[in-house]
Design a protein around this ligand. Structure first.
Ligand code: RET
Length: 247
């Protein structure tokens, strides 16, 4: 079985991955630093947010080192369609990152609007379905991969409903500050999350753009969805007492 892949990041792609690694690491220290401004009992959002960028630091360190990938056939030999021809570097480490960090992002968001625990837990379950089917789809070489894509999209719409409709109603009932913070962070998150399947379709799915372009596309998305989201969320929480959220 070939461990060799034909479509890989270049040294420019690796440089960019190192830059994102640095952004994630610095953000982690900033979020931990900000936590000292709050009493220990009121640091839950700092800790969740710092954990997200810490995990991302590890994932980006791995990709910058050109590790955490496996070659997947993206084109097949003309003579025999059952024999794979061209292999692309598929970073499965992304999905290990997302399996840990997307539930934490949802926790940040859904604790902010005071959703009941059962609703938070089943939103996180939908999220795990989305990430794991996305991973399987990325690793499957045949067009079955698009079946997994469809399942992940259905799960994403379920998450969207719980954030945009259920969560927003709960946030607005608590008070105006919570309502506004949730609206900003919720809209930011859901807007970004719907761009991930587009990136997947162009990279793992359709092999349309290069591995370096993939690095830039996912890297920009991850910076906006993790450190920038975390900054917005903690800024919103500066005037919110966790006790008003039942925390
Ligand atoms: C996949 C592929 C299949 C279809 C869908 C996907 C959605 C992924 C999402 C990822 C979010 C990642 C974040 C990372 C951290 O910053 C798995 C790409 C719907 C929404 C926010």
């Amino acid at each position: 079985y070939p461990l060799h892949s034909d479509i890989n990041i270049t040294s420019h792609g690796a440089d960019w991955y190192w830059a994102v690694t640095a952004v994630m690491a610095v953000s982690t220290f900033v979020f931990i630093g900000l936590s000292y401004r709050a009493h220990r009992s009121r640091r839950i959002f700092h800790y969740i947010t710092a954990s997200i960028t810490l995990v991302a630091t590890c994932a980006y360190f791995t990709m910058a080192s050109n590790l955490g990938y496996t070659p997947i056939a993206v084109e097949f030999a003309r003579s025999d369609p059952k024999v794979a021809g061209i292999y692309r570097e598929i970073f499965y480490v992304r999905y290990i990152d997302w399996a840990i960090t997307t539930p934490l992002l949802l926790l940040d968001l859904l604790l902010t609007c005071g959703l009941p625990w059962p609703t938070i837990l089943y939103t996180i379950l939908l999220d795990e379905v989305m990430i794991v089917t996305g991973l399987v789809g990325a690793l499957v070489a045949s067009s079955y991969k698009w079946g997994y894509f469809v399942i992940a999209m259905i799960a994403l719409f379920g998450i969207f409903f719980n954030v945009a409709v259920v969560g927003r109603n709960y946030a607005n009932v608590i008070n105006r500050t919570v309502g506004r913070t949730f609206l900003l962070c919720g809209a930011w998150t859901m807007g970004l999350w719907f761009i991930y399947p587009i990136a997947w379709g162009l990279c793992e799915g359709g092999n349309v753009i290069s591995a370096d372009s993939e690095a830039v596309f996912y890297g920009v998305l991850d910076i906006l969805a993790k450190p920038v989201f975390g900054g917005l969320l903690l800024f919103g929480h500066r005037n919110i007492d966790p006790a008003t959220l039942g925390l």
